[in-house]
Write a protein that binds this ligand. Structure first.
Ligand code: SF4
Length: 306
């Protein structure tokens, strides 16, 4: 299955930029987040299971983690260092610089992807990232928005709203930084119309990349208890694939899809079971796009309405 026939994948973007495969290595700096450390909350966003971030990894240095992750992936000659765990701009800028420098100075690391929350990107962190970009590194600021609806943000206890996101994106763009926004389909209280509106809002604000996930119920999250009480029902694979394909068709072709689904494994994954294997959901999305048109083909057309 070749997703690049139907959408602008991150793999294809990197191959075009570097002329060869570039792999992304997931790293854990020793961060926390304001939704965990008591600044905003202690229990975290209701969908989040921080244990899956691998605190054990943070016990290793960044260089050690890079070496370890390289062994887990197909060999490549170049890599992006992905600061994934927790809120990877949530520290003094001197600490951030030390961590990012340790990654960036590895001879085969050509860029950094930094995952964070929109309310945790001070100008000093953005200036630091812009500095790497000026040196020629590939830099992506990955912002967890999940939904553009503030009522849902409150329901899932994110602790920030759309205004924080808009402000962070604008300040990143003023520095020439690329933004990849993380979105979740199937959040409690939301239907397809909410998700479509979220995408339209994100595109209107301006974005270079998107990560699209179905809602997954994972062990250790607040949602796990809500799911057991029957208060949450995850999307079916068919529902998600149709919605994801529709969102992709309404996305301009130049926007890079870093991800269009997500996986987790038992016992971490509680539901939906279809998020266990990687390929069936991707095949279903590719099938929808093959039948109805590729990324961007529905721009300017009405949404399907279902
Ligand atoms: S999703 Fe991010 S911001 Fe929310 S609790 Fe987890 S680490 Fe913190």
């Amino acid at each position: 299955m070749d997703l690049t026939r139907h959408l602008h994948t991150f793999g294809h973007y990197l191959k075009t930029r570097f002329g060869e495969k570039v792999h992304k290595l997931s790293l854990a700096g020793d961060f926390t987040c304001p939704n965990r450390d008591g600044t905003l909350d202690r229990g975290g966003c209701t969908f989040c299971d921080v244990k899956s971030f691998g605190r054990d990894a943070a016990a290793l240095s960044i260089a050690e983690q890079i070496a370890r992750e390289k062994h887990k992936t197909d060999r490549a000659r170049r890599y992006l260092a992905y600061f994934q765990a927790y809120t990877s701009t949530y520290a003094e800028v001197s600490t951030l610089k030390a961590l990012y420098d340790e990654a960036a100075t590895q001879s085969d690391v050509v860029g950094l992807c930094v995952g964070t929350r929109p309310d945790c990107v001070p100008d000093s962190a953005l200036d630091l990232l812009a500095g790497y970009q000026q040196q020629g590194y590939e830099i992506w600021l990955e912002l967890g928005l999940q939904t553009a609806h503030d009522a849902t943000q409150e329901r899932i206890r994110r602790g920030h709203g759309l205004a924080d996101y808009r402000d962070a994106v604008q300040r990143a763009h003023r520095r020439g930084l690329k933004v990849c926004t993380h979105l979740i389909a199937g959040l409690p209280g939301e239907d397809n119309a909410h998700v479509r509106q979220t995408l339209a809002t994100v595109l209107d604000i301006g974005v270079e990349g998107l990560k699209l996930h179905p809602l997954m119920i994972v062990r250790g999250s607040r949602m796990a208890a809500q799911y057991r009480r029957g208060e949450i029902a995850p999307l079916t694979q068919e529902h998600y694939a149709a919605l994801a394909a529709e969102l992709i068709r309404h996305t301009p072709p130049e926007v890079v899809y870093h991800r269009v689904s997500a996986t987790a494994q038992a016992p971490t994954l509680i539901a939906p079971a279809w998020c266990g294997p990687r390929w069936p959901a991707l095949q279903a999305i590719a099938g929808q796009l093959a039948a109805a048109g590729p990324q961007g083909s529905a721009l300017g057309r009405p949404w399907s309405g279902a």
